[in-house]
Design a protein around this ligand. Structure first.
Ligand code: NAD
Length: 378
């Protein structure tokens, strides 16, 4: 049975440019209503994810004008950091929740603070906490991106992925290398294996090796290419640490050498809050076979894992290699990505609903999500 409705939770139409996702779906609306939260959605917000206004209304969500959602909601859900004009249109004292990337978007906190909004950044989630697992939007979106990266590579590649014996001869399988075997990387490993490629993966975290092997892929041993072992230097919370300048160049030299054995290279390596590490340099790209395809999921305005990659661009090199900068691939399976993200967001906002009001207390384990903190009194 649904709890009595206490607060309104809005979502805007953010599906612009290469963004197709929506932060509240009909499925998550039903969960929110059960918890006593009234979802309010801007018209057409879900269309690109496959959800019509009628689909929302059928489960009890309201379709309201943008100004009303911003001006009257107790909280607003966002896919990513909104423009400051949107932030300043939200009701003072209300909440905002989404993937704000505040470790790299340095002015995010200050904007919410001066607009008197309490902003909860899901990129700061303590992912190892068991109660936070269902709110882990970084993992859910990385998983979709990892899956789509392989499909994109397969589509751009000029040959088959699987080995095939035909009357006209035997077709060699594609050799795929995944650099960074975290959430996106492991999903890419599994997907490339299912398509029949020969798959290798590499990560600096020693725990990643077992995971790669358990998916039936091989772990790329960079020591065979002269790279030292970094396993002693695991970072905080199970994450990779940033390598020293010497370690970075040793790693790059080894990756550059190893890369020439592969047709497809998918890079996913991140270090939280920092510029992504360069794993493959121009020399490595130049050593690849004509027709090879590189997908850089870490491509960003700050740079990516591959020298020369650019976000949302496909660059053809002189030696016939395609470098595809693809940081937004989660958005290319918008129905799945939106449903997962909206579930993450719904569970997180519900966590902060206490006695009919959104409440943030310093002793709350998830108070670390708050990047600006105006006390909600109602
Ligand atoms: P991420 O997106 O920050 O990085 C992707 C991968 O790149 C990571 O596996 C990282 O080790 C790797 N990487 C970073 N620098 C590298 C370098 N120089 N060379 C090679 N690889 C490099 O990470 P992610 O995928 O979001 O998560 C990584 C890890 O975080 C997980 O595998 C897990 O250990 C931990 N995690 C834990 C939980 C949980 O406890 N529930 C949830 C999510 C993630």
């Amino acid at each position: 049975m649904n709890k009595p409705l206490t607060i309104t939770f809005g979502a805007l139409n953010e599906a612009i440019g290469t963004e197709f996702r929506v932060a509240i779906t009909p499925e998550s609306s039903a969960r929110l209503l059960k918890a006593g939260i009234q979802p309010a959605i801007e018209s057409a917000a879900g269309l690109k994810s496959g959800f019509s206004d009628a689909d929302y209304e059928a489960v009890g969500a309201k379709i309201l004008p943008r100004e009303e959602i911003l001006g009257r909601s107790d909280a607003v859900a966002y896919i990513s950091l909104p423009d400051s004009s949107v932030i300043y249109s939200q009701a003072k004292g209300s909440f905002a929740i989404g993937l704000f990337g505040s470790l790299v978007n340095k002015n995010a906190a200050q904007q919410f603070e001066s607009a008197q909004i309490t902003a909860l950044d899901l990129t700061l989630l303590p992912r190892q906490l068991s109660k936070a697992q269902s709110m882990d939007a970084l993992s859910s979106q990385a998983s979709v991106a990892g899956y789509k990266s392989v499909l994109l590579a397969a589509n751009e590649f000029n040959a088959f992925f699987p080995m095939m014996s035909t009357a006209a001869g035997t077709i060699k399988p594609a050799a795929v290398l995944i650099l960074g075997a975290g959430i996106a990387g492991l999903q890419a490993v599994g997907t490339a294996k299912r398509l029949g490629a020969v798959v290798y993966a590499y990560d600096v975290r020693p725990a990643a090796k077992e995971e790669v092997l358990s998916l039936g892929a091989k772990f790329l041993d960079l020591s065979a290419y002269g790279c030292p072992d970094f396993s002693a230097g695991q970072g905080k919370g199970g994450y990779a640490r940033e390598l020293t300048a010497e370690e970075k160049s040793a790693q790059q030299a080894a990756v550059d050498k190893a890369a020439s054995n592969f047709d497809i290279i998918i890079t996913t390596a991140q270090v939280p809050g920092r510029k992504p590490p360069v794993l493959l340099t121009k020399a490595g790209v130049d050593g690849l076979k004509r027709g090879s395809v590189i997908i850089d999921l870490a491509a960003s305005a700050l740079g990516g894992n591959v020298e020369g990659s650019r976000p949302e661009l496909t660059i053809g090199t002189e030696n016939g290699v395609k470098i595809i900068g693809a940081p937004g691939l989660a958005s290319t399976a918008p129905k799945t990505a939106s449903n997962l993200l909206a579930r993450n967001i719904a569970d997180a906002i519900t966590h902060f609903l206490k006695d009919g009001a959104l409440t943030l207390t310093p002793d709350d384990e998830l108070a670390v999500l708050a990047i600006s903190g105006v006390k909600k009194t109602s």
